[in-house]
Design a protein. Structure first.
Length: 82
């Protein structure tokens, strides 16, 4: 199983990604173990995820959310982030 997820921190930063191990990945974000941040930010919170049976489907959905502004805004509005 693969997951597409959305996390936010207390500053309002948002991150969309995909993973096969959601708990491990959230922990890595909180510990600053990702290629975008070298500092710890324990305020990251998982607020949304979707499950997919294959890596390809999860990657496709992540790509759609990252590249398609209207789809991302729709998700943010649905989650009351706008």
């Amino acid at each position: 199983m693969y997951y597409v997820y959305l996390i936010v921190n207390e500053k309002g930063d948002r991150y969309i990604g995909y993973t096969s191990d959601l708990r491990r990945r959230i922990k890595e974000h909180k510990e600053g173990q990702n290629k975008y941040s070298s500092t710890k930010d324990r305020s990251w919170k998982l607020i949304y995820y979707e499950a997919y049976p294959t890596k390809e489907l999860a990657k496709r959905r992540e790509s759609i959310l990252k590249r398609n502004g209207s789809m991302r805004r729709w998700l943010y509005k649905r989650l009351e982030l706008l």
